[in-house]
Design a protein around this ligand. Sequence first.
Ligand code: ZN
Ligand code: ZN
Length: 422
Amino acid sequence: MNSTMALCLMLNDRLFHNHVENSYLHIDTMVNTRRNGLAVPNRSLLQLQRDHVASEMDFSWQPLGAGRPSDAARGIMTNGVTCYQVSVLQTLLHQPPFMRWILMHNSTNLPCKINPCIACYLKQLVAQYWDGSNPANPVDYNHNDPQSIDNTACNSGLFGNGEQEDAGLFYMWLLDELYHIGDNVPKAGSPYGIRWKPQLDALYRLTIQRLDTCIPCGYETPGPLQHDWSVDLGVLATHTDIQQAITHDLNEQIQKRCQRCGQNNPAQTIRRRRIAAAPKILCCRFMIVLPTGKIFHTLRYPEILNLQNRQEINTLPLNYRLTGVVSHRGGGLKGGHFIASVRGRRTGQFTCINDNNKASITLPQFLANPVQPPGRLCGPNAKFQAYMLMYERDDRLRQMPARPGKDGGKKRLRREMRALQG
Ligand SMILES: [Zn+2]
Ligand SMILES: [Zn+2]
């Protein structure tokens, strides 16, 4: 390990464990890039750390093991109520960064020391889903992977056995479970690796910095960093587009006594939330269940989601490409039905998957909300609304202030990491 990496790991540890106390540490120790003689911050240190971890990971799509050459999706059988699980699993099974990462778990293939181990079940599911089987044949529920995942979920106490539950909650639970595997893995030299948590953070963790600004006097107060697995978006009747929901989620006017001018009037402080560190894969979840009941939204969402100006330091582009959608119909998240639409990773073929059934769809159908699955899947009048959107960060989409070069910006990252030492 070189000294830059050591420093990076050390800072990462410090930042992560003391993130509330040191919420602005990464601002003070910002890496700067000299431009026109001025120091210009490009990314927060936390973002640079995540990107450095990510730059050492494999995000490529390739057939697995003796896998079939086709990237055609397969259905997954349910036990009748596990649509909330398989719809989420389908999106993970179309995320090469996730799959390549989970396949590294327990690489010796000796019996895993963790039991039950959700990482092992997911690893087996990835291998089975993409094995040499005819993709027309769905993955069995009774094959031990989907059933073991279901059993582990129900044994957590969060999900009722034989009950339909919330796909969003299942997703959060799954990432939490994976994260806590990092508490148990043996340390250096083990086949589990020592960077399990930083890697999961690089893949899925969204970190938000809060900043309160007094409108009359301009006094700014930073708040604590907030770490999430998703951005949860409230939906207003006036919203037509996901960017409006994001703006609404990230900005609010509040009442707060100003430490400088002393004003304490309603709506005279702006609370802004900005991305301090963006993950490789971002889940946007629409909050469609309110205390008053379920709402139906038809918000548009783009294939490429531009979040550049949502960053705390917004000099560099931040773009995401849509790779999966979980949709819901019915009266509440514990009822109704969940389905998934996914992007094929080699051919770019889009597929709508309803449990064990599937059908090809077009890009406009992939982006349509309400989602209307092809007839044989859900009936001619079935209208599903988008519930969770899975976006994958793609830095090739960015228009850099400085050209990223052929290596996708790795050289630039190394240069900036070197600057950490000097
Ligand atoms: Zn395991
Ligand atoms: Zn003030």
